[in-house]
Design a protein around this ligand. Structure first.
Ligand code: NAP
Length: 287
């Protein structure tokens, strides 16, 4: 039976590290990080996500402020809200909940955020740095994939990794992070031929397509390590892109859904606010 890669356990470990960081800062009389998360409109997923960010941040001693705006807000009004936060020395991280209402130019809004406060790596400047191999606040979902692999001591250098999905928020940055770790990365998508054969030859499969139970035992081998990013709703239950029950007896290691990648993403976002605070104090990354 495949070993479970436990996202909740890794998340707990990272939370302890954040708590230690906060306690150290407090004991020295230093400021703790502050995150401001902006929600325009009332998209159900975004409301859930912003509330969960608030819960995790406050439980760890990180200051958190929600800005809730009407969906008919004008673009220049939203830009001036962001401008003010960019200039506020007490704000370390700015998060814009996506998707934005269609009336707003998403790229323009996102790129108004100062790259030094862009803790989810959404601005073109930070994405450019990421693709250039420079140190940057890592995008949370892709970082969750790599963190899970690393915390389970899974060797990445030289390994054959197949990433299924090429979106700008998951597939492409996951592939880049793995490339930065010296993996040999193959990116697959809906037009890929012979997907099953490509997957069968991989050491690690990262799947982010949003198709419940798409990957079954025909795609894997006995040594496969599988990271399932997918979250779809199937019969009222959150379900991954992998048919867990079908593959669990055949693979080496696998993340569950829920309790895998998604269990760690918000924690990593909060961790990035700690890095942003230190970065903005020193104008340098500590590690
Ligand atoms: P997306 O923008 O819809 O992209 C899906 C990608 O999957 C596309 O590149 C698409 O290929 C590819 N694809 C679709 N069907 C395929 C198939 N049959 N075979 C191979 N490739 C296929 O989705 P996304 O935003 O990347 O999200 C992917 C999944 O991750 C979703 O379930 C989402 O909910 C989940 N997610 C989870 C977290 C988390 O924290 N756990 C965070 C973000 C997203 P083409 O490019 O050719 O169309």
């Amino acid at each position: 039976m495949g070993k479970i890669i436990d996202g909740k356990k890794v998340s707990q470990d990272v939370k302890e590290e954040i708590k230690t960081f906060i306690e150290k800062r407090k004991s020295k009389g230093l400021r703790v990080p502050k995150i401001v998360s902006i929600l325009v409109g009332n998209d159900g997923g975004s409301v859930y996500y912003i509330n969960s960010q608030e819960k995790v941040a406050t439980s760890l001693g990180v200051n958190f402020e929600k800005i809730l705006l009407n969906e008919d807000i004008k673009e220049d009004e939203l830009i001036s809200v962001i401008d003010k936060l960019n200039k506020d020395k007490d704000v370390d991280g700015i998060i814009m909940q996506m998707p934005l209402p269609r009336s707003l130019n998403e790229n323009k809004i996102i790129n108004t955020i100062s790259p030094e406060k862009d803790i989810d790596c959404l601005t073109f400047v930070n994405q450019g740095k990421l693709y250039n191999g420079e140190k940057v606040f890592l995008p949370c979902t892709p970082n969750s994939v790599v963190t899970l692999l690393e915390r389970y001591n899974i060797e990445l250098e030289g390994k054959n990794v197949v990433v299924i999905g090429r979106s700008n928020i998951v597939g492409k940055p996951v592939a880049q992070l793995l490339l930065n770790k010296n993996s040999t990365v193959t990116i697959c998508h809906s037009r890929t031929n012979n997907l099953k054969d490509i997957c069968k030859q991989a050491d690690i499969i990262v799947v982010a397509i949003g198709k419940a139970k798409f990957i079954n035992k025909e795609f894997v081998n006995e040594n496969s390590i599988i990271i399932d990013v997918g979250t779809s709703s199937l019969n009222g239950k959150i379900t991954g892109d992998v048919d867990f029950d079908d593959v669990i007896n055949k693979v080496n290691m696998i993340t569950p859904v829920p309790g895998g990648v998604g269990a760690l993403t918000t924690t990593l976002l909060i961790k990035n606010s700690c890095e942003a605070l230190e970065y903005n104090e020193n104008k340098n990354f500590n590690s």
